[in-house]
Design a protein. Structure first.
Length: 156
């Protein structure tokens, strides 16, 4: 398996947890300490950032940097914090990291160029999220999982 790649097992949607913003802030501070001025912004993104929303219990963080290359400028400090880089189709515009190495992950980090962050619209986020969900569903079906009505608790 490529570096950082792990099969998703036991993916579930959890009730809103008021500890998610606290966990995000603590991680933001760790990332800010590791990246210093390299990180122009560090934001809590995704479902766990929406008060009251059920979500997969993984903190999504977006780190905005001046430029994505060289990746080693931020990949090495993130690795020192326990993050693993996962190459993917959109890696040239939004490198992805997670920790720990194996599922269940507790944190995901998406790195973007600061000037490009406005280009990461709600539409592109939804498209990427939908593609990810489709891959997880296809993997689960190929592994013999049978979805029940309660598995389909998606709210828009």
């Amino acid at each position: 398996m490529p570096q950082g790649t792990a099969l998703v097992q036991g993916l579930h949607i959890a009730p809103y947890d008021p500890g998610w913003p606290v966990a995000s802030e603590l991680e933001r501070e760790r990332i800010a300490g590791a990246l210093g001025k390299l990180a122009r912004r560090i934001d809590h993104k995704g479902s766990t950032a929406v008060p009251g929303l059920e979500a997969k219990p993984v903190i999504d963080i977006q780190v905005s940097v001046e430029q994505l290359e060289p990746m080693s400028a931020y990949a090495a400090p993130l690795a020192a914090l326990g993050y693993f880089h996962v190459p993917h189709a959109d890696g040239a515009v939004c490198p992805f990291f997670h920790r720990p190495r194996v599922w269940p992950h507790t944190h995901h980090v998406h790195v973007v160029e600061a000037d490009a962050e406005d280009a990461l619209s709600r539409e592109s986020y939804a498209k990427a999220k939908s593609e990810f969900i489709e891959r997880v569903v296809q993997w689960a079906l190929s592994d013999g999982h049978q979805f029940r009505q309660q598995d389909a608790r998606v709210r828009w």
